[in-house]
Design a protein. Structure first.
Lengths: 304, 437
């Protein structure tokens, strides 16, 4: 009986519960305010605006599905989606593979490794304006080093960001250079959690470095690879600042990605309702791609 | 609830309420009995335009002790990005400097005061640009007042002309003369098979210095007086064909890709890569930075004798949402800026043609000691110029045309198809617009 009486606590008075509830509410209020004001409200407003003709100055006027119908006919919008798709097809795999290769190469206990890891991380924390200047030193058609390298192999110089065919691939390469350091850090964390015994056992069984990489490293970091793929896909669909700073969508719309097109509609042409509809479509594409990746990961991601 | 708990909750709730009230509070339009005038303009921070504007604002405040001026400035892109957000939030400046081509975009969305009554007390014939501003409004109202004017002239590099033994351009030049001179001026100095100096810059993303005046000179138009898009016409076809001949057949002008690859279109003349360009008045500043000994001549004549002159009148506009005292203070600022003293100050930085005709006709402006020493072609062009097809969707419809025209000038699509698509896309943008109110 004594033991039971020690476990069963006397009921708290109702007033005490009310105070605790109130205190809990107050502690949660900053988060709730953030959720309501900066997430839920803009989300609802965006949904409403996408069904309106709204020039940002006059009151929005309900036009039903007109904005979405216009999107279907808008060649420039489809062109921007195509540009975003090409950007993603180059950027996502290139960044993922390069980040993994770099992480494996830098996952060693050598003297200058921290310095090297830091060097690869510097572009991640640099602004796009700085990156644009550095990229110009490489891809400037007259003075850039990229054309010098092409010259060594007897190839014709290119106009890179000024070429309709090369603008998006060049942007994707620069984006890989800027973002690879961050993804490399994610892979490094994944690599350091692989037990060394696995490699030792494989080595004793006669597996060489390539087989160890293929059969131990790649499966072991598949969870990280999945994360990197999802993050890279989302970031490429949101690509704006880089394109705005480096090409402005040019030459002649050749690098106009969807986020930039949306910005132009909303903030340059006063068509916030149409921009809201584009935002919704972009959100839908992001959601579908993420769900697809989630579904497919069951087939190739190995969780310990 | 214990008293201590209640007190704590009351303190937190009061703090939250005060924070919310402060966040939602509106701006003041008076301070210590003074009217607070928010003045917005675009200028490079710390540059000559910014410094001169601040100096003039200080003079204005001294002359009007009942007005306190609060300045909001940023570079061009940032200024308009911010302004559009401010308009949406009802926090735009009381008076701001509008790019002339954007006045109707703001007016068409009910953001501007009609200044017609304010201006009734002035002799409007004393100022350049009034008619071009009125032309933008279907009812001829005055939604802006000129601040500085830009017209287009033919810039030429005197040293490159002398080196090639070509006579400088004259007012009688036609487009044939321009092309003939451009061919002679084009030079491959290092023998690599590519020109190092081109005779003329035909293409520029700044279309007022490129295809637009050419379309008009060849008898075409972009926006007809009826308000309909008119780009798909014979004049446009002839103008674009002339440009493509200059770029691809005669190779006397860099094509669009080469223009950008050589270091952007506005760098070519100041760096001596092209010997001639169509340029607005403000290009004198950039050419002077390149220490180019330049002259200016009227634009060449098209087949029908037209020059296709265009002008953009950058203007002061007053926020429709401002109170009457703020609007009155804003009008005082506008008339102050249009006066001879401030116009001379503004003229000294070389950014625009003075809108005060007396100042624009002064020897200090027309025949300065720095090149170009004869600036009369700009004033003459201003007198004959048409506007840049102003309407409430100017940015959108000109972007639609520019995309197709650039495609034709880059030989990505044929001229006929480009003009047909440009016509349809631009007209669709015009038709989509529904006036506010």
């Amino acid at each position: 009986m004594t033991a039971i009486s020690e476990v069963v606590k006397p009921p708290r008075p109702a007033s005490r519960i009310r105070v605790e509830q109130l205190q809990a509410g107050l502690f949660a209020s900053p988060y709730l305010a953030h959720l309501l004001l900066l997430t839920a409200w803009p989300f609802l407003a965006l949904t409403y605006l996408s069904f309106t003709d709204y020039d940002t100055v006059s009151s929005p006027g309900w036009i039903g599905l007109d904005n979405y119908a216009r999107l279907l006919r808008d060649e420039d919008f489809w062109n921007s989606l195509l540009n975003t798709g090409v950007f993603a097809v180059i950027y996502v795999p290139a960044q993922t593979v390069l980040a993994l290769v770099l992480a494996v190469a830098l996952n060693q206990r050598l003297r200058f490794m921290p310095l090297l890891r830091g060097a690869y991380f510097v572009p991640v924390v640099s602004s796009w304006v700085v990156i644009a200047y550095v990229a110009d030193a490489v891809f400037n058609p007259r003075t850039g080093s990229a054309n010098t390298v092409l010259g060594w192999f007897g190839l014709d110089p290119q106009t890179w960001l000024h070429s309709p065919a090369l603008a998006v691939p060049t942007l994707a390469l620069v984006a890989v250079w800027k973002g690879v350091g961050y993804m490399m850090v994610l892979f490094l964390a994944g690599l350091q959690s692989i037990p060394k015994e696995l490699y030792e056992a494989a080595e004793m069984d006669g597996a060489g470095p390539v087989r160890r990489f293929r059969h131990i490293t790649v499966p072991a970091v598949s969870g990280t690879t999945f994360l990197v793929l999802v993050l890279s896909t989302i970031s490429v669909l949101q690509a704006f600042e880089q394109v705005y700073v480096m090409t402005g969508g040019g030459p002649n719309g050749a690098s106009e990605v969807t986020a930039l097109y949306m910005y132009r509609q909303g903030f340059e042409y006063f068509q916030m309702g149409y921009a809201a509809a584009i935002a919704w479509v972009l959100f839908g594409i992001t959601l579908v791609l993420t769900l697809l990746q989630l579904r497919l990961q069951r087939k190739w991601v190995h969780y310990a | 609830m214990p008293r201590k708990e209640r007190s704590k909750i009351a303190v937190i709730a009061t703090a939250l309420a005060l924070t919310a009230t402060a966040a939602c509070g509106g701006g003041e339009d008076t301070a210590g009995g003074k009217v607070v005038l928010t003045l917005g303009y675009y200028a490079e921070a710390g540059g000559p335009a910014d410094a001169t504007m601040r100096k003039l604002a200080a003079q204005f405040t001294r002359a009007n002790p009942g007005i306190e001026v609060k300045i909001e400035s940023a570079d061009y892109d940032e200024f308009y990005k911010r302004l559009r957000t401010q308009l949406a939030g009802g926090k735009a400046p009381d008076v701001w400097l509008s790019d002339g081509v954007l006045v109707q975009e703001f007016a068409g969305r009910n953001s501007l005061r009609d200044l017609t009554k304010h201006a009734a007390g002035l002799n409007l014939a004393d100022y350049h640009g009034i008619d071009l501003i009125k032309k933008g409004d279907p009812q001829g109202r005055l939604f802006a007042f000129p601040q500085g004017a830009q017209s287009t002239a033919l810039f030429y590099n005197k040293a490159l002309f002398a080196k090639a033994g070509v006579a400088p351009p004259t007012a009688e030049w036609t487009y044939d003369d321009l092309l003939a001179a451009a061919r002679k001026l084009t030079q491959d100095t290092n023998g690599d098979g590519k020109p190092d100096v081109y005779g003329f810059r035909a293409y520029s993303p700044s279309f007022v210095e490129s295809w637009w005046p050419m379309v008009k000179a060849f008898g075409g138009d972009v926006l007809a007086d009826s308000g309909k898009i008119a780009i798909d016409g014979q004049g446009s076809r002839d103008a674009l064909a002339w440009m493509n001949k200059a770029m691809y057949e005669d190779k006397a002008a860099p094509d669009p890709v080469t223009t950008e690859a050589l270091g952007k279109s506005q760098i070519l003349f100041p760096s001596g890569i092209v010997a001639m360009q169509f340029g607005i008045y403000a290009r004198i500043q950039t050419a002077a930075q390149g220490k180019i000994d330049m002259g200016v001549a009227p634009l060449p004549k098209g087949p029908g004798g037209q020059r296709g002159e265009l002008a953009n009148i950058n203007s002061w506009v007053i926020n429709r949402a401002s109170s009457d005292p703020e609007a009155d203070a804003a009008w005082k600022w506008i008339t102050f800026f249009a006066g001879e003293g401030p116009q001379k100050e503004w003229m000294s930085i070389g950014e625009a043609i003075p809108i005060n005709k007396k100042v624009a006709q002064s020897p200090e402006f027309l025949t300065p000691s720095t090149p170009p020493t004869d600036r009369k072609p700009f004033v003459d062009a201003l007198a004959d110029a048409d506007d840049l097809g102003l309407n409430p969707v100017w940015s959108e419809y000109t972007a639609a045309i520019t995309k197709q025209v650039t495609g034709a000038l880059s030989k990505q699509i044929g001229i006929d198809e480009a003009l047909r698509t440009a016509q349809a896309d631009a007209q669709a943008a015009v038709d989509r617009f529904k006036p506010a109110g």
